[in-house]
Design a binder for this molecule. Structure first.
Ligand code: 9MR
Length: 449
């Protein structure tokens, strides 16, 4: 018994000694449970601009629960999925909260969204409360469209909401509609005209003849000049007749003038094969095919370069009754052209009893300091809004009977042709890459006041 007592005491002493050598961490019976910080991201569905997709990005492990409040007054919902889609059909402001709970406690994250009349905006700046362009403007407001975007619901919602006229950005040009001899391809053009018709939109046809969109079989036409002319006549007659009564207006020969001194007709296969009267002939064939269609002469730098403006009005004067209007493309920038130059274009349009189509407007910002901007600064965004406002306001003030339309050359900044063309970042349009309305949109509206 006495020995047992000593043995027991010795064991206690040994175990105390052993414990005191141990790392204190190893003494914890179980690993510590840490709080999980709740986090989530919001995306807007590509197929439905009123549906938000919430992705739970909390760094979860072990046992936890995820409880959402989607801000629609439906209370809390426990949902452990990684991604949840929720539809917000009603306009308004919503706060979405995610709570993550584990043994260590609860954390939460919240984000606000605004639902406007074109769907969900994740940035409330200028995305709601603004009227649609087409309801604010007393003239047609056009958009350059392409069928490859027709599956994008957000694009379509904005198109239908803001615009009441369309121009095909490339799908109604000769290289697309007459790709090889004897072959016509109207699928895309038909889809554009059908869309416009289904939505009560005007269609501006662009462009019957353009040196930059001439198919190679036409460039290298193997027949005689006479056969060439017959082919062009057939082409124009076929296209204009096909869309008779559905396409309200056509650019007949796009950019016929060169930029050489005096702006003579540009060297092209049409000038070479058909002679200096070729523009007039093309207008005549278009007029014969549809006597009611409006015929435009469309070119760039019409406002900004005085000599070209004058040359364009001279060319139109030569066309007499075969021209109804002038298309000033308006690929402009925040500093150019000046209000006085635009006003001169307007005055000459009115003096010549023509319609004016601001036919392809986009406003560059990244034109100074070697295109050093890598994002749109607020100063440039404001300058851009001011330029849109100036153009719209001058156009709006001209006699109604001389206004045809203002057409914007693309919907979203990142879809603009200018980015590839100049090879530098640019943000020339009214909507940013996330379909948020920019200050430029507000500038357009301000021009209507
Ligand atoms: O923006 C258009 C671009 O997507 C096309 O690839 C290109 C060729 O069809 O045409 C661009 O639009 C031009 C318009 O038809 C005429 N004026 C200049 C425009 C920019 O190049």
């Amino acid at each position: 018994m006495k020995y047992l007592k000593y043995l027991f005491l010795s064991l206690i002493i040994i175990s105390i000694a052993a414990c005191s050598d141990e790392d204190p961490d190893d003494m914890m019976p179980e690993p510590m449970i840490e709080l999980i910080q709740a986090a989530f991201t919001i995306d807007i569905s590509d197929s439905d601009p009123y549906t938000a997709i919430f992705t739970n990005t909390s760094d979860v492990s072990g046992d936890y629960t995820a409880v959402w409040d989607f801000g629609q007054g439906d209370g809390e919902v426990t949902d452990m999925s990684d991604q949840i889609s929720v539809r917000y059909p009603e306009a308004g402001d919503y706060t979405i909260t995610l709570q993550i709970t584990n043994e260590a406690g609860t954390t939460s994250a919240s984000e606000d969204i605004t639902v406007g009349d074109i769907g969900i905006c994740t940035d409330g700046a200028v995305c709601t409360g603004l009227p649609a362009l087409q309801s604010a403007a007393p003239f047609l407001v056009g958009m350059a469209v392409a069928t490859n975007k027709f599956g994008d619901q957000k694009y379509m919602n904005i198109l239908r909401r803001d615009f009441n006229s369309v121009t095909a950005e490339w799908q109604m040009k000769m290289n697309i509609m007459h790709p090889s001899e004897g072959v016509f391809s109207f699928d895309a053009a038909d889809a554009i005209v059908d869309l416009a018709e289904a939505n009560g939109m005007n269609v501006h046809g662009h462009a019957l003849i353009w040196h930059s969109a001439t198919p190679s079989w036409v460039e290298n036409f193997s027949g005689s000049d006479e056969e060439f002319e017959t082919m062009v006549k057939d082409y124009i007659t076929t296209v204009v007749s096909r869309y008779k009564g559905r396409v309200r207006s056509w650019d007949v020969v796009n950019e016929a003038l060169s930029d050489d001194a005096g702006h003579p007709l540009r060297e092209s296969v049409f000038l070479q094969r058909m002679g200096p009267d070729y523009v007039k002939k093309c207008h005549q064939w278009a007029r014969d095919a549809d006597p009611d269609v409006l015929l435009f002469y469309n070119d760039y730098n019409i406002a900004g370069v005085e000599s070209k403006r004058n040359a364009a009005f001279d060319l139109i004067e030569d066309l007499g009754d075969l021209a109804d209007g002038i298309g000033a493309q308006s690929h402009i920038n925040i500093n150019w052209p000046s209000a006085a130059q635009i006003q001169d274009l307007i005055d000459k349009t009115v003096a010549n009893d023509l319609l004016l189509h601001i036919s392809e407007i986009d406003v560059r910002t990244n034109t100074e300091d070697n295109a050093s901007l890598s994002s749109l600064s607020s100063a440039k965004a404001e300058a851009q809004a001011a330029k849109y406002k100036e153009v719209v306001s001058l156009f709006n003030a001209m006699p109604t009977e001389n206004q045809y339309a203002i057409t914007v050359w693309g919907l979203r900044d990142d879809q603009s042709w200018l980015i590839n063309f100049w090879g530098v970042p640019e943000w020339p349009l009214l909507y940013d890459a996330s379909y948020q309305r920019k200050l430029a949109y507000q500038g357009f509206l301000d021009g209507l006041e």
